[in-house]
Design a protein around this ligand. Structure first.
Ligand SMILES: C[S@@+](CC[C@H](N)C(=O)[O-])C[C@H]1O[C@@H](n2cnc3c(N)ncnc32)[C@H](O)[C@@H]1O
Length: 308
């Protein structure tokens, strides 16, 4: 059973505005909540092309589409970071949506080590069968103190990043870190005295981002976006932590300007032309009701733009 509650679905549809006959790209199929809703909105003359790295998500979506009699959803087991290639085959698109991170089904999967509840093998790859990027265990075994500190600080916003990295380096001298339980044991001293967000949440998030090269994939997709979209096409991003949101915000800002020369330049020499018009001045956040009903939605932010 693949279970995931879509975050801000009405808002996504409001900003994406899928219309009859359109071809829309969904970079993150997950539980197929967005994809199926968009497939219905574009109708039988339109099509949805949705990627996911996770075969469990792919198979679940095929099953759901069949059950609901939806024939215009094309599921692709690929990385959205390959958007340039995907768009050259199926695009350009009339719209695109990305709902970043992991699904609840992945978080709750007993076989995977995404969550620190229970004692599971440390495999945080989105792809259950074929690990993309570094295996989490190898990151914890081979990365040096500085590299671990950097990951925890940049990807996890962990204020005690150096301390956490030091604890891991000390622990692994005695015993390899192979399971979520080992990792929690290594981090035990840092967990004392925390009452609000558990630091393990931030460390796990950082390791997941590094394992899946999430920032690199996002940057690759963003770079391919202007060519992947038709003029007038809309793009919507839903992100779940500040680092990701910053990358999207900066990209939107850059792509909404005609000149991106440094401010001290007297004459423009970049030749850059704006490709996007931002339609969310500030990011949208979920309603109090949604956050209360689905705690996973709490940290989400939605940004949208139109291809010029
Ligand atoms: C938050 S879920 C998407 C949920 C979906 N919008 C829904 O309504 O059910 C994110 C999904 O994106 C997938 N994913 C993450 N990074 C990816 C990437 N670079 N390429 C393809 N899929 C990716 C994950 O495997 C996960 O299934």
């Amino acid at each position: 059973m693949y279970s995931h509650i879509s975050v801000m679905l009405p808002e996504v549809l409001e900003y994406l505005k899928p219309k009859t006959g359109e071809r829309i790209f969904d970079g993150t199929l997950g539980g197929a909540g967005y994809s199926l809703a968009i497939a219905k909105a574009v109708g039988p003359t339109g099509e949805v092309f949705a990627t996911d790295l996770d075969l469990l998500a792919i198979n679940n979506a095929k099953k759901r589409a069949k059950e609901e009699g939806i024939k215009n959803l094309n599921v692709i087991n690929d990385n959205f970071g390959n958007l340039a290639e995907i768009a050259s085959e199926f695009g350009p698109f009339d719209g695109a949506v990305f709902d970043l991170g992991l699904s609840s089904a992945q978080l709750d999967d007993e076989e995977r080590g995404f969550s620190f509840q229970g004692d599971r093998p440390l495999s945080m790859s989105f792809n259950a069968d074929n690990a993309e990027g570094e295996e989490t265990e190898n990151i914890l075994r081979y990365y040096n103190l500085l590299k671990l500190t950097e990951i925890f600080r940049v990807y996890g916003d962990e204020p005690k990043a150096y301390y956490a990295a030091k604890l891991i380096v000390e622990y692994r001298k005695q015993k390899p870190i192979k399971t979520t339980g080992d990792l929690l044991e290594a981090l035990a001293p840092i967990m004392k005295g925390y009452h609000r967000t558990n630091p393990a949440t931030r460390i796990f998030q950082a390791l997941r981002i590094e394992t899946n090269k999430e920032y690199k994939n996002l940057e690759n997709a963003l770079a391919a976006l202007p060519n992947a979209l038709k003029p007038g096409a809309r793009v919507v991003f839903v992100s779940f932590h500040s680092g990701e949101d910053r990358i999207i915000k900066n990209f939107f800002r850059q792509e909404s300007q005609d000149c991106i020369c440094p401010s001290r330049a007297l004459l423009c020499s970049c030749g850059h032309k704006a490709t996007l018009k931002i339609i969310t001045k500030k990011p949208l956040i979920p309603s109090n009701q949604e956050s209360a009903e689905n705690p996973r939605a709490r940290s989400s932010k939605l940004r949208a733009a139109i291809r010029i």
